[in-house]
Design a protein around this ligand. Structure first.
Ligand code: GLA
Ligand code: ZN
Length: 662
């Protein structure tokens, strides 16, 4: 199993490499990831390539049994490159980004593309002969801390070509986008504008000021631009080697269509920092990020950057407490991780990321965090068969599409509305009930319940697929603001909820963004604070009604029988306890086993065994029987603070007795 750290040989004296490699070996590491950002070392002057230093490091580490994942360095273009070529992005105000950090390049700059492909190709040619390089990473975190959307003239020209290919004629585009509104007709594709700052924007960075079709198409185009930029490099690498290629994704980050970005890669990797300068994440939020990454290819992923120390840029997040690094490692592996690498091996005394601590502090002395990782490595030797190539038994699916992320950002419906938050509220309720929940698209038949919250921009093929799934006995859950827009971000003119009306067996007669709290009662009681649909059941049965306002007694939540399946329509936002109750109600009727565990404890089911993770900073007792795969003995039911257990059971009956079923 891949187990290691991010290591930057160019940051250290050569004389230290072996010492570091020994410490790595003793920690149980077998791999490093290197090369990202080292363009200045590998091509110090245009066309002068020098891989000597990196190769020497790769070989020195290999002598201690440490192999390498090599990254192309293109996230950090050197000064000579920006001096000679205009590759820098432009923002919405037409301002040029400044060099001096990283990631400033425009994906559509021909010069940036050409220089990136060349360095990738030269690296691949050189290192294809080195057996210690076992995989490749293209670039680093597309979109991290700078927009993926550039507003330069290159991008505008490429965008008009992209549109011409899609729409054929400008008349077709004008008609589809409704440019007749405010006389925004284009005479030719050359006229196409980018959604830059305009007169409708009173404040900075308001992103709703354009025609919504233009806005959505530009986001799709910008995403495609990075997918293409990545592919240029991946193809260059593949000319010389057949070693697997990845890119490091960013979990919940949504400015690029990650399903598309993953298609050209052999495996997905991602970078996980649960507690940093910008805050600490709830455990379910991190679990959902892991599942989002697994769902991109429905395959094991690798965490290539896992937090291993306190981290931040000018201030720091909390230092991981004893047990947390081990816990986070198992959390990743329990949610589809097939290997892990920590960021970074040793903290650097200089540069912007002085405060991004790693396994070792600036003095390089192994202490608590090092020993905890070492202990985890030891355990993993034995647990590997339960991790690599293994899959959870998923009962539920949350459908996340990037079109919907973008469409909801462009037209947010109501001040407090947030698509990511809506998806998370459904994920979290499932997590609290310990239902293994995937985050992905397609293959609905694999799940007992499919959630499509806020599925606003509709792909009609998906509606056909989901209808088929329900007909055959599946359960679909959808919500307010679903089904209402076509693929061009225009609103359907059929009665709400348009694409879901027949499936849900309802009509939405009225709706409102909420100014005065609405209340609902029925199978659950809750306040609604963001949105309410006032539902007229056609064939559906009413499960909850509103209890105040002019729509008192009207339906808020319904269920419809469709073929052999059920469609639930949730017309308003719910508070957390109500959401949990609702998910419990739906899951029980769909035949999903839910298991109660103390708050802050996660239980993940795999065939024949389960994984318990205690995120609490106190010990808990769980009345569960089984064998501990960690120590071979009977599980006592005690889980220490930040504790982990792998528990196997002999028969199905035991499974059900493990934790009291709800
Ligand atoms: C990202 C990058 C790393 C490093 C960390 C910390 O995850 O991939 O290179 O910069 O953030 O900021
Ligand atoms: Zn650009």
């Amino acid at each position: 199993m891949i187990f290691g750290a991010c290591y930057y040989p160019e940051h250290w004296e050569k004389s230290e490499w072996r010492k570091h490699a020994k410490l790595m070996r003793e920690a149980g590491f077998n791999i490093i990831r290197a090369g990202d950002f080292a363009w200045g070392i590998m091509e110090p002057k245009e066309d002068e390539f020098d891989f000597f230093l990196l190769e020497e490091a790769v070989n020195t580490l290999a002598e201690e049994g440490i192999q390498t994942v090599l990254c192309t360095p293109t996230a950090a273009p050197p000064k000579w490159l920006v001096n000679k070529y205009d590759i820098l992005q432009r923002d919405r105000y037409g301002r040029r980004e400044n060099w001096g950090s990283r990631r400033e390049g425009c994906a559509n700059s021909k010069d940036y593309q050409r220089r990136s492909v060349l360095i990738a190709e030269k690296m691949a040619e050189h290192f294809s002969r080195n057996q210690n390089v076992i995989a490749w990473q293209v670039d680093n975190e597309f979109g991290c801390h700078i927009s993926t959307r550039c507003y330069c003239e290159n991008c505008r020209k490429e965008f008009s070509k992209w549109l011409e290919k899609k729409y054929g004629t400008i008349e077709n585009l004008n008609k589809t986008w409704g440019t007749v509104f405010w006389s925004l007709q284009y005479d030719s594709f050359d006229d196409i504008i980018l959604p830059v700052y305009n007169s409708c924007e009173p404040e900075h960075e308001q992103l709703w000021s354009h025609n919504p079709s233009l806005d959505l198409e530009y986001r799709r185009f910008a995403s495609d631009s990075w997918v293409k930029y990545q592919k240029l490099q991946a193809d260059a690498i593949r000319k010389y080697t057949d070693k697997p290629i990845t890119h490091n994704f960013m979990g919940h980050f949504s400015d690029i269509d990650y399903y598309n970005l993953a298609k050209d890669l052999d495996f997905v990797s991602w970078d996980n920092y649960p507690d940093n300068q910008w805050g600490s994440s709830e455990y379910a939020y991190v679990s959902m990020a892991h599942e989002t990454m697994r769902g991109l290819k429905n395959k094991n992923f690798i965490v290539v950057e896992e937090q291993s120390g306190p981290c931040g840029w000018d201030i720091m997040g909390a230092t991981p407490e004893p047990g947390q690094l081990r816990l986070w490692t198992y959390q990743a592996l329990a949610h589809g991780g097939g290997g892990i690498m920590y960021f970074r091996f040793k903290a650097l005394p200089y540069g912007m990321e002085q405060y991004w601590y790693g396994i070792l502090d600036h003095d390089g002395i192994p202490r608590r965090r090092y020993y905890e990782i070492q202990k985890t490595a030891g355990e993993l030797k034995q647990l590997e068969p339960y991790i690599v190539g293994r899959k959870n038994q998923y009962d539920a699916l949350i459908v996340k599409t990037y079109d919907n992320v973008w469409a909801h950002e462009i037209k947010r419906h109501a001040g407090e509305f947030n698509y990511a938050g809506l998806l998370y509220s459904y994920y979290k309720a499932n997590a609290r009930l310990n239902i293994n929940t995937a985050v992905s698209i397609g293959s609905y038949e694999d799940y007992k319940v499919v959630y499509m919250p806020g599925y606003n921009v509709v792909d009609l093929k998906e509606i056909e697929k989901i209808a088929e799934y329900v007909k055959n006995g599946g359960t679909l859950v959808t919500t307010f603001r679903s089904g209402t827009r076509d693929g061009y971000n225009n609103i359907f003119t059929s009665t709400l909820p348009c694409a879901f009306a027949e499936l849900a067996g309802i009509e939405v007669e009225e709706f409102s963004a909420i100014r005065k709290t609405a209340y609902i009662a029925g199978i659950v009681e809750s306040k609604a604070n963001i949105w309410c649909d006032v539902i007229k059941p056609v064939t559906a049965e009413v499960l909850c009604t509103y209890t105040n306002h002019y729509f008192k007694d009207k339906a808020a939540v319904t269920v419809n029988s469709y073929g052999r399946g059920k469609v639930y329509y949730i017309g308003c936002d719910l508070e957390e306890p109500a959401m949990e109750k609702l998910v419990d109600y739906i899951s029980s009727r769909a035949g999903i086993e839910r298991t109660a565990a103390p708050a802050g404890v996660e239980f993940i089911k795999r065939e024949g065994f389960g994984i318990l993770l205690n995120y609490n900073d106190y010990a808990v007792h769980i009345p569960m029987k089984g064998k501990s795969l960690l120590n071979g003995g009977d599980f006592t039911g005690n889980l220490e603070r930040y504790g982990v257990e792998f528990i196997s059971w002999d028969n199905e009956e035991n499974t059900c007795n493990m934790i009291q079923n709800i």
